[in-house]
Design a protein around this ligand. Structure first.
Ligand code: G4P
Length: 522
């Protein structure tokens, strides 16, 4: 069992939209053995397997709404890639996916550097000390100076970096990368857009000059010397603690620098890590199966409405047709058709090990964060909800369909599509999202899946704050004073809906013993 678990690498690729996440995923899948690629083939067929447009809506919009899982064997490793939505309005989905991974690869556009979405996702990684590898992409285009980029990465992502490869120029002058880790030179030929040569060169000999010319050779020597002076040697333990991120340069589109990334990744990335539950910490090599639901996806098969709950196996071995305890329902369940995923292909699996992701058919029995065990009363800690950015009242637009609407809202919230707050003053339901698109998805899905119609009404709110205090009297006084702005979240926790930053500041000043949290877990 230990061997099975040790060889697993479960991770996600995260990036600001357009940085090249899809291209990199594609290339990793290619190395996964299915296809032999010579050069940069931008075949739609390959692209299709790498995308996960399961829902109608994302097909219409051409964005990836859902999160899928892709797995392949590479050398002795079993690699599980958890895909994350390409659109930032679905960031919440990505946050949750990050609860199920053991490490992360961040893709950064070499010309644009660190962008907003990357910064936010990195915050989530830092909260969980997730080990991070950075891939600076699009070096075949004019990029920022690599030293500036490294500074930017350190500053913006608040993590120390160590370059493990080094680019030789960029854009039309891009000649390749020097692999500091292996001390090899990888040459890039833009005309053919393929990795032509990997040569072992002693950088202090003329050989280097012969390959890239004296000017660039001198420049490279100087830069490597500088790197040596500025950056301490890469230490895997620091990476595993989440303190240091190794950095690779390349071009995903041209499949350049990707194999180096993958080779290093499987070697240094962690195998499944211990997972914290409320009761105790669960180690992956424990003999008994435990797992939690981190994602629920509807309509994978557009022909009949069905949901799949994605379960991360945290310990032991999951087996088909075996009774497991659904802890929240205190009910035993068997799964006759658990699935594993290969982009759009699903196959039934008989067993899965810690680190794996399995898809369980779901007809409303699961909620994000649910725990499955062999009988132990265990609750894995999910990722906290973050205060939404946008808020709207949701109203019934078809009085004949009240029941359908309520059921729809309930199930969509269980899936984690958005957050629901019920105002305690007037009983109205407020939906909070990260972006406008989520409102559209909710409306679309309520109509298409639940035959219910909703209408949005504006509510001007700034933040949702989960509140707590050691002083119950003050808490009561606060709730009384702010009764119009008090709401309950889905778990019945008190939430203060601040309508402006100023109001929040005043509240913080007036009620000194109340803590205002922007996440639901504290
Ligand atoms: P995403 O999933 O992070 O959103 O990014 P994706 O891989 O879809 O890449 C976004 C765009 O950047 C695509 O171009 C893609 O071809 C391009 N790209 C990715 N990697 C590289 C690279 O290494 N070099 C260069 N020059 N371009 C790269 P597009 O025009 O938006 O799409 P398409 O029409 O090419 O498919």
């Amino acid at each position: 069992m230990n061997q099975e678990i040790e060889r697993r690498r479960t991770f996600a690729i995260i990036a600001h939209p357009d940085a090249g996440k899809t291209s990199l995923t594609e290339k990793l899948l290619l190395f996964g053995g299915q296809i032999q690629v010579a050069g940069a083939v931008k075949s739609n067929k390959i692209k299709k397997t790498a995308t996960s447009d399961w829902m109608d809506i994302e097909k219409q919009r051409g964005i990836s709404v859902t999160t899928s899982v892709m797995e392949f064997d590479y050398n002795d490793y079993k690699v599980n890639i958890l895909d994350t939505p390409g659109h930032q309005d679905f960031a919440e989905d990505t946050y949750r996916t990050l609860t199920a991974v053991d490490s992360v690869i961040i893709v950064v556009d070499g010309a644009k550097g660190v962008e907003t979405q990357t910064r936010k996702l990195m915050e989530v990684c830092r909260m969980r000390n997730t080990p991070v590898i950075i891939f600076v992409n699009k070096m075949d285009r004019e990029a920022k100076d690599p030293f500036d980029l490294l500074d930017e990465l350190e500053e913006e992502l608040v993590i120390q970096v160590r370059p493990l490869t080094w680019p030789i120029e960029s854009g039309p002058r891009f000649r390749g990368v020097y692999n500091i880790y292996e001390q090899k030179l990888n040459l890039f030929q833009p005309s053919k857009q393929v990795v032509t040569e990997k040569v072992e060169v002693d950088i202090n000999t003329e050989e280097l000059d012969n390959h890239i010319g004296s000017d660039l050779a001198d420049k490279l020597r100087g830069e490597l010397e500088l790197i040596d002076g500025v950056y301490p040697e890469f230490n895997v333990d620091e990476y595993l603690k989440g303190d240091v991120a190794p950095v690779f340069f390349g071009s995903a589109l041209n499949n350049f620098g990707v194999q180096e990334l993958l080779d290093c990744f499987v070697e240094i990335a962690p195998s499944p890590r211990p997972v914290t539950a409320v009761e105790r910490t669960v180690n992956p090599d424990e003999p008994k199966f435990t797992g939690f639901i981190f994602k629920i996806t509807a309509n994978i098969d557009p022909n009949h409405r069905s949901c799949v709950a994605f379960c991360k196996v945290c310990s032991g071995k999951f087996a088909r047709n075996t009774p497991y305890l659904h802890v929240r329902h205190n009910k035993t369940m068997r799964f006759s058709s658990p699935t594993q995923f290969m982009a759009q292909r699903k196959t039934t699996v008989d067993e899965a090990w810690a680190g794996d992701i399995i898809g369980l058919p779901d007809n409303g029995t699961f909620k994000i964060g649910d725990t499955l065990t062999e009988g132990e009363n265990l609750h894995f800690k999910g990722l906290p909800s973050f205060s939404p950015e946008m808020f709207k009242y949701i109203e019934n637009a078809d009085p004949m369909k009240t029941k359908q609407l309520n059921k729809g809202i309930d199930q969509l919230m269980d899936e984690g599509v958005a957050q629901l707050f019920v105002n305690q003053f007037n009983g109205r339901k407020i939906i909070g999202t990260v972006g406008q698109l989520q409102f559209e998805v909710i409306q679309y899905r309520l109509e298409n899946e639940y035959n219910a119609k909703c209408r949005w009404e504006p509510v001007s709110l700034y933040k949702a704050c989960w509140i707590e205090s050691d002083d119950p009297e003050e808490l009561e006084a606060f709730k009384k004073r702010k009764y119009q702005y008090m709401a309950k979240d889905r778990d019945g926790r008190d939430v203060f809906l601040a309508d402006s930053g100023y109001v929040l500041q005043m509240a913080q000043m007036d009620f000194k013993h109340i803590k205002f949290h922007f996440t639901s877990e504290f």
